[in-house]
Design a protein around this ligand. Structure first.
Ligand code: NAI
Length: 256
């Protein structure tokens, strides 16, 4: 798949750090960025899964075992990536977890756990990378948001709150970082076929039909659909795009 992309969309000589890149959407973001010429470093909690992932991704893919929820280790993660592989050009905050439960049953611990992974960790890692990007006056940060930040999906209150927080963060940080040449954008995936989506839908056929019925393209997305959008937003072709949230959703967010 390597070197499929050239010209203004190319990520040649760029280094991308992708959290949760061993599976699902993160894996395909890594694969698409590699195809665009980047070197990628994926992180995750399970070494075996990361080893298997880089074996498939190829020689320009590397891994570091890291749990994003351990906030005090994120500065060290960024330092390790830069010492071993070079300056980070692209950060993709992809790692995330979901919880499907009626709001009245969500405990404070449940809520805190989701927000800690999907929002607090995203801020800490973004700050650690952005310090260096701002000093170098270049860099690109991508957040993976969700339709849950766009409209009211029932039984995902903590997840929706976390992703809405991410959307707010994108706008503020775009305002603060633009003068330093650092861009920050979100991709809001619609319903994409991954383990997370299958878990949320498998026991709930009504939800699955509802999602499809309001998707004008009438099909679920593939992880690579998000991967190619990430390549575009990280490339020079998107040089004037910052503070945006791009739905990649088959029209789900505007469906009737
Ligand atoms: P997934 O469950 O297949 O992958 C999530 C990845 O994050 C896994 O590799 C997992 O190991 C990693 N991860 C989770 N907690 C972590 C932690 N504490 N430290 C390091 N890595 C951790 O899920 P999927 O679908 O690929 O999700 C990726 C992102 O896309 C998430 O942020 C999710 O919220 C978002 N998303 C997914 C949608 C879908 O339809 N699949 C829709 C909208 C958003």
């Amino acid at each position: 798949m390597e070197n499929q992309v050239s010209g203004i969309f190319s990520l040649k000589d760029k280094l991308a750090l992708i959290t949760g890149g061993g599976s699902g959407i993160g894996f395909d973001i890594a694969q698409c960025m590699l195809a665009a010429g980047a070197t990628v470093v994926i992180t995750g909690r399970r070494e075996g899964a990361l080893q298997e992932a880089v074996a498939v991704l190829g020689a320009s893919a590397h891994y570091i075992v890291n749990d994003v929820t351990e906030l005090d280790k994120l500065e060290a993660l960024v330092a390790e990536v830069e010492t071993r592989f070079g300056e980070i050009d692209i950060l993709v905050n992809n790692a995330g977890i979901n919880l499907k439960k009626p709001a009245l049953e969500v405990t404070d611990e449940d809520f805190a756990r989701i927000v800690h992974t999907n929002l607090n960790a995203v801020f800490s890692l973004t700050r650690a990378c952005a310090k260096r990007m701002v000093a170098r006056e270049r860099g690109c940060i991508l957040m993976i948001s969700s339709m849950a930040a766009y409209y009211g999906i029932d039984r995902v209150v903590a997840y929706a709150a976390s992703k809405s927080g991410v959307e707010g963060m994108v706008k503020v940080l775009a305002s603060e970082f633009s003068k330093y040449g650092v861009r920050i954008n979100a991709i809001a995936p619609g319903f994409i076929e991954t383990n997370m989506m299958r878990t949320a839908m498998s026991s709930d056929p009504d939800r699955m039909h509802k999602a499809l019925d309001r998707t004008p393209m009438a099909k679920f997305g593939k992880p690579a659909d998000i991967g190619w959008a990430a390549v575009f937003l990280a490339s020079e072709a998107a040089a004037y795009i910052t503070g945006a949230s791009l739905p990649v959703d088959g029209g789900n967010s505007i469906g009737f």
